[in-house]
Design a protein around this ligand. Structure first.
Ligand SMILES: NC(=O)c1ccc[n+]([C@@H]2O[C@H](COP(=O)([O-])OP(=O)(O)OC[C@H]3O[C@@H](n4cnc5c(N)ncnc54)[C@H](OP(=O)(O)O)[C@@H]3O)[C@@H](O)[C@H]2O)c1
Length: 342
């Protein structure tokens, strides 16, 4: 790749992975308050699997450049930005636009990556780490000695969530297909096959119920998650993976989850339910949102450096092999994050 050339991946519409296009252009300039980041690592999230089907509830209109998060080095600073940021390795949550050799980001949105963490390692915990940390410590507020259920404990968010919970002294039951069970056990997770009767198995393991359930599956299964809670327990619903291949409105599955959560909280009971969204609150209080994100990602990077969290890099592929990266992410064989490099 030419150092002065922009290379980006374009999602032109509802396409198979091979329909993603590579576009070449001029590197953009950082405007006031912005920085230009030379990408060193970005990644495939479940969101892109939904976006290529037109199923992510607030994706922009086609065509656009996907890429939920990015790690890279600041190569230029715009007006009003501390020039000392140039040369610093940073991470940012962008929702779209990360699958590019160069990314423009608001300077206030970047978080410095500490020494001793590679770009690919950092990438495994940007959106995944912020989401996991906030659900665990800001929503469920777990305490040592508790037991939680993590669905999809082999996935990008699920694996970081399990590590962070274990580091907090929490017992973790994790659902995954059997091919991932040995890995889960090595990370201190009690595995359950999600194709079995999960509720019955979890009740055997935690007869009084669990203190929190983290559910990205959505659909009707979320009712079973709610019923598994012990008194005082918290359900954190944060996705609708089970409706990825459905037809119809892309907002409807999330609206149904929101309605369920509202209803459950309105009932007289000692359990709580949340629908978590990593972007919540940004529109209303940008500075508070940024401060929270910075504090939480800093905690996750520290956990990574201590070894409390393992950077699970399932594969590293260059941007021009994005179709293979998507296929791999959707293969059901992956443990951890597929990282894209320039
Ligand atoms: N609300 C938020 O702010 C937020 C932020 C980030 C992510 N998320 C959500 O978190 C979830 C995980 O994202 P990720 O990037 O970590 O994805 P990922 O690395 O691709 O992992 C996806 C996980 O979901 C499982 N899965 C795939 N299809 C499924 C289905 N139909 N039913 C049940 N499980 C299924 C996978 O199991 P196999 O490997 O066995 O297929 C894997 O464990 C997604 O639903 C995503 O939308 C939400």
């Amino acid at each position: 790749m030419n150092a002065g050339e922009l290379v980006e991946v374009v999602l032109p519409g509802k396409v198979e992975p091979e329909g993603l296009r590579i576009r070449h252009g001029a590197v953009p300039a950082a405007g006031p308050g912005q920085v230009l980041v030379r990408m060193e690592a970005t990644g495939v999230s479940f969101a892109e699997q939904q976006m290529r089907r037109g199923r992510y509830y607030d994706q922009p209109p086609f065509p656009f450049v996907p890429g939920y998060d990015v790690v890279g080095t600041v190569v230029a600073t715009g007006e009003g930005v501390d020039p000392g940021l140039a040369g610093v390795r940073v991470a940012a949550l962008v929702k779209v636009g990360g699958w590019a050799s160069h990314v423009i980001v608001e300077a206030a949105d970047v978080v410095e990556v500490p020494e001793g963490i590679s770009a690919a390692e950092a990438e495994t915990v940007v959106v995944n780490g912020i989401t996991a940390w906030q659900m665990l410590h800001r929503k469920a507020r777990v305490r040592a000695g508790q037991t939680v259920l993590v669905h999809g404990a082999n996935g990008g968010v699920g694996s970081v969530l399990a590590d962070l919970a274990r580091a907090a002294g929490v017992r973790v039951i994790g659902t995954a297909s059997p091919r991932h069970h040995d890995t889960l056990r090595r990370h201190g997770v009690v595995p359950v096959d999600y194709r079995d009767d999960v509720a019955a198995r979890v009740r055997e393991l935690a007869p009084g119920g669990v203190d929190a359930v983290f559910d990205h599956v959505g659909g009707r299964g979320v009712v079973a998650s709610w019923r598994l809670l012990a008194p005082g327990g918290t359900l954190v619903s944060y996705g609708s993976a089970s409706t990825r291949d459905d037809e119809g409105s892309k907002q409807w599955p999330v609206l149904k989850l929101l309605a369920r959560v509202w209803l459950w909280n309105a009932l007289p009971n000692r359990r709580r339910a949340y629908f978590f969204n990593v972007w919540a609150g940004r529109a209303l209080a940008k500075n508070a949102f940024r401060a929270r994100l910075r504090a939480d990602l800093t905690q996750v990077f520290a956990a990574l450096r201590r070894g409390d969290v393992t950077a699970r890099i399932a594969a590293e592929l260059p941007l021009d092999r994005v179709a293979d990266a998507m296929r791999l992410a959707e293969s059901g064989t992956v443990a951890g994050k597929i990282v894209l490099t320039p």
